[in-house]
Write a protein that binds this ligand. Sequence first.
Ligand SMILES: [Zn+2]
Length: 265
Amino acid sequence: MKKWRCLLGVLVISLVWSLLLDFTVYTTHAEGSPHPQKSTKPNISARGCVNKHPVYYSIDLPTDQKKVVITFDDGPDGIYTPKVLDILQRYKVKATFFVMGKSAVHHPEQLKRIVNDGHTVGNHTWYHSDFQLVSENEIEKDLLKNEKFIQEELGFKPLFVRSPFGRINDKICRVASRHNYTLIHWDVDPKDWDGRSADRILSWVKKKVKPGSIILLHSGGGEPYLDGSIKALPQIIEYLRSEKYQIVPLQEVLKMSPYEKGKKK
Ligand SMILES: [Zn+2]
């Protein structure tokens, strides 16, 4: 009997130990730290990708490093993107635009302005398909179609990708991994796309923002749904600054290049 108890004890200890080891690998890889530290604490940045490809929901920063990132999806268009760019220019804020090919193809001048104004371009696919519903092969084609367009228009391959609708599953994780993309999600989503008021958008940001946050807004998606967003943007910037937040480019906090080296014209 004693022998069985002892054996059971050894089994439990080794199971716990292997789980801890596995979790350590998971968290360090997900943080993308240049100096991985052993940690068994859950890390929100790692959520989602079952095959351990990193997905950034936010960036792990010490609470005294009040840096945040603002991202804009679904543009560029000819209505809202110019307004967003004007506001960012006025406030000297650099943001990241996850561009959608099927819209960008009609507004290449806005795509170029994003880069000329000093912002970062990421891949948001061509068709904006729902990756829960399409095959891995279709996801890959959608991503690469947009990549090719961005390369032709801007002369570089982006390395940041945002999955349409924020869908994170094994298929997009494998595709991102194969093509050297880092998946960027968000932790602050005021749902500005549904026509809500500037007040609601601002109060959501106020409630959720923290050091290392990735804020999701939209710079395209059809009239009149982003009017609240355009009105809220200056207020969001002013609020963040009043709270001593610095709004920084994604690549600065991630310490990663946003474009593939050697691919720029
Ligand atoms: Zn989108």
